[in-house]
Design a protein around this ligand. Structure first.
Ligand code: SF4
Ligand code: SF4
Length: 146
């Protein structure tokens, strides 16, 4: 990872912490490995859909060099921006679904599933079968009103 990528990761991490207080992540990791093998990547033009664009992104961002192509999104509406996007798998994911360098993993990995308020408001959820889920972070008094 370059210094630039590291700084970008730190800024994103801080943003997530600052603007996501309305939501919380609950649950527990089941170590299924899905989140490390069905990764979507994007550049300034949207989701990466070709090998050429992936190679270009790898040159610009060293942190995606650990990924290999693992499939393509085809089970969504053809009008969806995700349709045709490549799915990536991390090389250090072990066969038992655990991370091969858990203590050295990036902030991006540590933050998963990160809270993106817009994504959640639009109905976004964690991956099917993931042990984590998003919930509203209600204050104690709000529970008393329900
Ligand atoms: S998808 Fe969820 S349960 Fe599965 S490894 Fe990732 S965080 Fe854990
Ligand atoms: S470094 Fe570990 S946690 Fe991050 S994507 Fe790879 S296997 Fe998953």
């Amino acid at each position: 990872m370059t210094i630039k990528n590291f700084i970008q990761d730190v800024i994103q991490h801080i943003k997530n912490k600052m603007f996501s207080s309305r939501y919380v992540v609950k649950g527990k990791c089941k170590k299924c490995g899905q989140c490390c093998s069905t990764i979507l990547l994007s550049d300034e033009n949207g989701y990466i859909k070709t090998q050429e664009d992936f190679i270009k992104l790898q040159k610009e961002n060293r942190s995606v060099r650990n990924f290999i192509i693992n499939g393509r999104v085809e089970d969504v509406d053809k009008d969806s921006p995700q349709y045709g996007a490549l799915l990536f798998k991390c090389r250090v994911l072990k066969d038992d679904g655990r991370c091969g360098r858990y203590f050295l993993r990036s902030l991006f990995c540590r933050d998963y599933p990160s809270i993106n308020p817009y994504f959640i408001q639009m109905g976004g959820t964690t991956l099917d079968g993931c042990g984590y889920y998003f919930d509203v972070n209600k204050k104690f008094e709000e529970y008393l009103k329900d």
